[in-house]
Design a protein around this ligand. Structure first.
Ligand code: COA
Length: 142
């Protein structure tokens, strides 16, 4: 189950996996901040923290608890975001973060730029996924 977390409901949730005070601070002080929590058996096993900035979304972090990785959960959570926010999505990832790069490329994110030494000695890759509205079945093309 994925729950959209707000400053009004975050106090209902607690888990040692998340840095709750960080999210409370972001949700209260950053008007663009949004958070999704992924639950399994009443525990938070993943989160996706992003910025909803007018006509686009920037993924700041997606994380799945270690023992739940490589089971499709990151993919599931990312797709919840893509369905919820019908906008272009950008993100920055370390060029050494192979699992994350695979996750993004599998979901149609395209490399837009390499940012040299963005993370100390490690380059950052700027990825983008353009939102393409789906045609409804009775809508005719040109
Ligand atoms: C990146 C992360 C969220 C992926 O979550 P996950 O639940 O393990 O990912 P999924 O199981 O949904 O895998 C989705 C795809 O990513 C790829 N992938 C995920 N982990 C991988 C790994 N260790 N090695 C290679 N590919 C991997 C696969 O292509 C997979 O698709 P497939 O199963 O069809 O081959 C997780 O590794 C994580 O929490 N990493 C630490 C935090 C982090 O680095 N976040 C990204 C910051 S930009």
């Amino acid at each position: 189950m994925v729950v959209s977390i707000t400053k009004e409901n975050i106090n209902n949730y607690s888990d040692e996996f998340i840095n709750k005070s960080f999210f409370i601070n972001e949700l209260n002080n950053n008007p663009f901040a949004k958070v999704l929590f992924l639950f399994e058996n009443n525990s938070i096993i993943g989160y996706l923290y992003y910025s909803d900035i007018y006509d686009r979304v920037e993924i700041n972090q997606i994380e799945i608890k270690k023992k739940y990785r490589k089971q499709g959960k990151g993919n599931y959570l990312l797709n919840k975001l893509l369905k919820a926010e019908k906008k272009d999505v950008t993100l920055e990832v370390k060029e050494t973060n192979y699992p994350a790069i695979k996750l993004y490329e599998k979901n149609g994110f395209l490399k837009k730029a390499i940012r040299k030494n963005y993370y100390g000695e490690i380059n950052g890759i700027l990825y983008e996924k353009k939102y393409i509205p789906q045609k409804t079945s009775n809508e005719l093309g040109d």
